[in-house]
Design a protein. Structure first.
Length: 399
């Protein structure tokens, strides 16, 4: 009861703070909401159980490594924003070609990520109902796909996109409540029954490839690159950096609080495992998490559907209209829904985004070499190589 009250108060206070005019009308904060919405969207819901089940007491360390890797890829993209866009460095035909390929790769990655978002939406939508089974979750996912493609084809997404700030604020407020609830539960465990130090399960190369397959859960920072119509390059780079700092702090604290209070053997690894885990912490948390999940998955799916349609239309020189791209996205997404599990889709999405990150890192390496910034060139080239390793070897958490 005490934890429930603390959680509710934390949610209310965080929500009020995020809705203050000073925060809500801040240009940099508004620019941060887009990457922040993606970075701590779906990943927040599935990462905890996966990391605890796979890495035990070392889960916070793996989380920190994932965030550090994402930050380095963000640095490559920020370099591209700064050097190519701000300084107007001559790109050359090779970089232009790589940018076109990267845009196409990102458009395809968005297609897979929408499948990831909406499959989680379906799973969480039925998680607290008597229809909590994969078949009904897939039905819900398919229905939402049809709704999104119909709205996108007939009316566009402007009306739906307006809910982004509201959904981000709701999600962040609920996450604040979750962290407060976990902190109280953690303190109680540490004081009375002792913390739990679960063993490392996934070791060696297997442990590395599973981490490769989780890169999509810290993805989303790249969206700052494509906000040029609304914000200048300095605000976009700053908002990306700050979004990554904030999300890293939230993720590492969350995993640190989660990793040492649950027995690994009692954990059943499903896409909605976090709901069952939070029932132990506070009865109110599962309902709040489901609400956050539905808002987050829907808004992220709308954003990535819109982004994918625009990118595919641009790369095809408008031979494929956004409407046709939405239909393509729906066809691929519904097919993945009925043929693959959520953890498999997470791995596919991670590989798709790794292609994009590798290409952006490659572009940054070429630009840095032209500027004779050799240290940056080596770092970015190494990131490009790492991205291709992720593409080839990334594995799902269920093997």
């Amino acid at each position: 009861m005490v934890i429930d009250i603390a959680v509710i108060l934390a949610v209310i206070l965080a929500g009020l703070m995020l809705w203050m005019p000073r925060v809500r009308l801040s240009k940099t904060w508004r620019a941060m909401t887009t990457p922040l919405a993606s970075i701590i969207g779906s990943g927040f819901l599935v990462l905890g159980p996966i990391l605890v089940a796979s890495y035990g007491m070392y889960a916070p360390l793996v989380m920190a490594v994932l965030c550090a890797g994402a930050y380095l890829y963000g640095a490559a993209i920020r370099y591209n924003i700064g050097v190519i866009e701000t300084l107007g460095v001559d790109r050359g035909r090779g970089i232009d070609t790589l940018e076109t390929v990267a845009s196409g790769a990102l458009g395809f990655a968005y297609i897979i990520s929408v499948a990831y978002y909406l499959n989680l939406f379906g799973a969480f939508a039925v998680s607290l109902t008597p229809l909590n089974a994969p078949f009904y979750a897939k039905l819900v996912t398919t229905a939402v796909y049809l709704l999104i493609v119909t709205v996108g084809w007939t009316r566009g997404f402007k009306s739906l996109e307006q809910m982004e700030y509201v959904s981000v604020s709701v999600k962040l407020a609920i996450i604040a409540g979750l962290l407060i609830g976990l902190a109280i539960f953690f303190e109680d465990k540490a004081t009375h029954s002792g913390l739990i130090f679960n063993p490392l399960v996934e070791t060696g190369w297997a442990g590395i490839t599973i981490a490769f397959g989780l890169i999509v859960t810290v993805q989303g920072f790249e969206t700052s690159r494509y906000l040029g119509a609304e914000y200048n390059s300095q605000i976009r780079a700053t908002s990306m950096r700050w979004a990554q700092w904030v999300s890293t702090g939230i993720y590492v604290i969350y995993i640190a609080l989660l990793a040492y209070v649950f027995e690994q053997d009692a954990l059943v690894l499903t896409e909605t495992a976090i709901v069952d885990m939070m029932k132990v912490v506070a009865p109110i948390l599962p309902f709040l998490l489901v609400a956050a999940a539905l808002a987050a998955q829907f808004s992220a799916a709308v954003a990535d559907t819109s982004g994918s349609g625009g990118l595919i239309s641009e790369v095809s020189h408008h031979r494929i209209t956004p409407g046709k791209a939405y239909a393509l996205l729906t066809g691929i997404g519904v097919s993945l829904t009925w043929t693959s599990g959520v953890f498999d889709i997470i791995s596919y999405a991670s590989r798709a985004f790794a292609v994009y990150y590798a290409l952006q890192a490659g572009i940054a390496a070429i630009s840095a070499a032209r500027e004779r910034s050799w240290f940056r060139a080596v770092v970015f080239a190494s990131l490009a190589a790492l991205g291709m390793l992720i593409v080839v070897f990334g594995q799902s958490a269920e093997g």
